[in-house]
Design a protein around this ligand. Sequence first.
Ligand code: SF4
Length: 331
Amino acid sequence: MKKVDLLPFQDYDHIIISESGGKDSMACLFYLLDLGIEPQKIEMWHQSVDGGHDDLIEFMDWPVTESYIEAVGQHFGINTSFQWREGGIYNELMRKDSLTGDVYYCDNGKLVKLPTRNGKRSTRHKWPAMSPDLRVRWCSPYVKIDVFRRVLNNHPRFKDKKVLVVTGERREESPNRAKYFETEIHACNSKKRLVHAWRPVIDWSEQRIWDEYEKRRFLPHPAYLLGWNRTSCFGCIFSTADLWAMMREIAPERFNKLVEKEKELNHTIDTNRLTLEQKANLGAIERLPKDRRLSKWVKLALSRNFRKDDLIMENWELPAGALLGANGGPV
Ligand code: SF4
């Protein structure tokens, strides 16, 4: 993609933050508001990796994520919008002699379907590879990147508009991300709409991100409170042995779902062919809080009903997952 000079913010019709609920995209939101951009101009888009509405299949994601993002939106008076591929990662993993799932989004409470018409019928039955190469690490494009682009390209609200897409990658996270531009022409830019991409926290340190939370006494996604250093999928393919052990400890049923799927497919998530059980056996659960905060944060992380009143903490504390580096997440 080509580097670009951004327009003055007031010249964009829409500013979309691609919001995972994790610390880096949250820092983008804090920063945009600090710059004085009106909340009405900002919207947060989240791609639900387990599908949504009638086709939600609890498989890979933290149950709390969507309601946490919704609560953040309500707190700041910012619109939130969810998009997904039918049946999410589960359906794509189990796809047999068929096309990939349709894409859905909600518009003013109305569900809109973007049917899959192109592509080849094929069978997946293999986990995404633990690789930076998105041709084999299929989860990121199939349930996130392509879903976002299809909705932006097809949503009538963005036709002939100027759009700024904000994402939270940081150079500190990986050698791959260190090479990213701060601003560029977005892949959705076309004759029908101008779309720029901006990574406002690209050179921020992790400490600076947590300082922004502390300043607001803002409760981070419960995953961090439990000791996860990233908020990505709960069962992210890049999870370290410690994270698998921690998942098994706090959500054995969810962990076992993935274990059973590995057995059924006769294919391990781990590229070195360790089963999830073998990998979890190599990990430690030391990072999980040891006092009564554990059951409180587990309950919150596994619920689908996060309330906006819980966003501001009385006594803010650095979460157990802070400042541990970027291990265990996409590269
Ligand atoms: S968070 Fe992990 S499992 Fe989820 S889409 Fe990204 S790389 Fe795949």
